[in-house]
Design a protein around this ligand. Structure first.
Ligand code: G6P
Length: 610
């Protein structure tokens, strides 16, 4: 998704900004650009290629500057093109650029604002909402760009994080945020604005998370923030003690593969000290919260939504608490019936997903005050919006298709399920000991599943020649089938659908023929016999089955039935294990097809627009 890196310094910051953009590449983008200010001139290069192409252009043109704005764009208004790429300029009457602007988010009333501008005064070079804002700032400019941004943002509807530079006042950059993340990075004699701390973490001592409605004036040695009430405010400075190491691939070909193989470590770290599972696992502060709820409402998007679906099976079964799982973008816009004793659980890898954040705010506006985030990013907007949070320890996830973030979310959600069951005194001691034992073994069990990679690579050779695929599961493994199909479509672009196997005969069976590979998640749980009947329905129509089963499933290779045997059945936490081969299947199929695995077309890592 769009990324902002901007700086004001005494030194040339051109390549500092492009280095920042490189660190944001993982979020997904379709074009990029940079504007620099030097000797009274604003210069700009933009590209439809990678950030490395921007760097090449900067070298070729010999552009540099001590002040700059850089951006990666993920198209919303206007096609991906060089002319729609940011930064956008607004010019004086002689055609000289005076205002430069980068923007994340969407200005919803941009057409109305565009119509309010005098058509003869501004030449529109792009189809973007952002350029309208640049011209609007020019139009309202009164000699003080800080004040102008303050006045103009009052007219905006929608979400934005912006960085603005005006060449008449070259000693400052102005930033503003509403609904899209923006942080201030404080360095030595230089300051930054960015949408993600990762972009600048090695350049700064402290960082400040701006709040919605904040406008900031950034100079080399000072910052001033005005809040949504128009008052000057101090915001908390977080020291950047743990510089986030620049991710590297090591021995892996792609981040997706690396992150799949990091799962034993990520899950172990998320479990913390599971030996000591007690009422206090989530902290004593949770006492009132967990004692006072009688239902759970999960809001999430994408992979995180499937983690939420799995949690519904766990929480209802173990803790006997009713759970509703809502796709965030749907929940916001439908009439729901709020129950004040609900725990609202927002699940998000990035903690910045606009729909999940809005759903959380919507739930709060309906009087649901008990909020908790399960999130991979501390200090993210969703964590800050919630009263409680549990931070998964996946570590930075670069691959757009989420892998280790999902299994760590599941791990956290299972811990939550058994903790809630304990609070209700419905978890027998023996059962609890057994779950803790299974959880302790989980990282090494994931390691055993990873060793199945060569077998999955054989399956991938077959899938790479198919245009469609069907994934089946039942019960708590149905969301895992959904996640497997999502991985497949995200990175291979092969059409993949998932169904609860019992629904097969109500529609998808019509798709089954010898051309349709059908993946079945078939652990030896209580639904296995039912699932076997569903598999027969597929075989009877010539469909080829690719079955993930454990030894207890007693399913063997046969004509049209290909089986990979998983380690022993892990009961309740088995969904976590069955996720891993599906991730590997998608990865290896994509590898054969040669797609851009870590940055699949049209997708973004962190979706900060609705
Ligand atoms: C995007 C990503 C997905 C992710 C979803 C929700 O679509 O590409 O991988 O599952 O957003 O993101 P979140 O950060 O809220 O988990």
């Amino acid at each position: 998704m769009c990324g902002i890196v901007s700086a004001i310094s005494y030194r040339n910051i051109a390549f500092t900004l492009t280095e920042g953009l490189l660190r944001l590449e993982y979020r997904g983008y379709d074009s990029c650009g940079i504007a620099l200010f030097k000797d009274g001139e604003l210069t700009r290069v933009r590209s439809m290629k990678r950030v490395s192409d921007l760097e090449k252009q900067l070298l070729d043109c010999r552009f540099d500057g001590c002040i700059g704005l850089a951006h990666t764009r993920w198209a919303t208004h206007g096609i991906p093109s060089k002319y729609n790429a940011h930064p956008h300029f607004s010019r004086d009457k002689f055609g000289k650029p005076t205002i430069a602007l980068v923007h994340n988010g969407i200005i919803e009333n941009y057409e109305e604002l565009r119509n309010s501008l005098d058509k003869d005064s501004y030449d529109f070079e792009s189809q973007t909402d952002t350029e309208v804002l640049a011209h609007l700032l020019n139009d309202f400019y009164d000699g003080d760009i800080f004040r102008t941004v303050l006045n103009v943002t009052k007219l905006l509807k929608g979400s934005y994080a912006i960085a603005v530079f005006c060449s008449n006042e070259p000693d400052r950059i102005i930033g503003a945020r509403q609904g899209s993340p923006l942080i201030i990075g404080i360095g030595v004699d230089e300051n930054y604005l960015s949408s993600d701390s990762l972009a600048i973490s090695d350049k700064i001592k402290d960082l400040i998370y701006l709040e919605d409605g904040d406008i900031v004036e950034l100079k080399r040695k000072s910052i001033n923030i005005i809040d949504s009430n128009g008052s000057y405010v101090e915001r908390y400075k977080h020291s950047v003690n743990n510089i986030i190491a620049t991710p590297n691939l090591g021995k892996y070909r792609h981040y997706m593969q690396k992150e799949i193989f990091e799962q034993p470590r990520a899950v172990a770290d998320t479990l913390h000290n599971v030996d000591n599972l007690s009422h206090d696992f989530f902290g004593q502060d949770y006492y009132d919260l967990f004692n006072n709820i009688d239902s759970v409402l999960i809001v999430a998007c994408g992979t995180s939504y499937y983690a939420g679906m799995t949690a519904k099976y766990w929480i209802e079964s173990l803790a006997k608490i009713r759970v509703d799982v809502e796709i965030a973008s749907e929940y916001i816009y439908r009439d729901s019936v709020p129950n004040p004793n609900t725990l609202v659980l927002a699940i998000s890898q990035s903690g910045e997903t606009a729909d999940t954040l809005s759903a959380l705010k919507h739930a709060k506006s309906l009087g649901l005050k008990n909020t908790m985030a399960i999130c991979n990013m501390n200090n993210s907007a969703i964590v800050r919006e919630c009263s409680f949070s549990y931070i998964t320890q996946a570590g930075i996830e670069i691959g757009v298709a989420s892998t280790k973030a999902f299994t760590t979310q599941l791990t956290a959600l299972f811990l939550l399920s058994i903790t809630l069951a304990r609070y209700r005194s419905i978890l027998g001691k023996e059962q609890e000991v057994a779950y803790c034992r299974d959880l302790r073994h989980l990282p090494s069990a994931i390691g055993s599943v990873l060793s199945l990679e060569p077998l999955i690579m054989e399956w991938a050779k077959y899938f790479a020649h198919k245009g469609n695929s069907l994934f089946l599961g039942r019960g708590r493994h149905y969301p895992i089938a959904l996640e497997g199909a999502l991985k497949m479509k995200e990175v291979t672009y092969i059409h993949a659908e998932a169904y609860p196997a019992g629904e097969l005969k109500h529609g998808p069976l019509a798709l089954v023929s010898e051309h349709m590979p059908v993946v079945v998640v078939a652990p030896s749980d209580r639904l296995l016999e039912k699932l076997k009947s569903n598999m027969q329905e597929v075989r009877a129509r010539g469909g080829n089955l690719y079955v993930l089963a454990d030894k207890g499933s007693t399913i063997s290779n046969d004509s049209g039935i290909n089986v990979i045997h998983m380690p022993e059945y892990y009961g309740m936490i088995s969904p976590i294990l069955y996720t891993v081969p599906l991730q590997l299947l998608a990865y290896h199929t994509a590898l054969i097809l040669g797609t851009d695995i870590d940055k699949p077309r049209n997708l973004a890592k962190s979706v900060t627009v609705e």
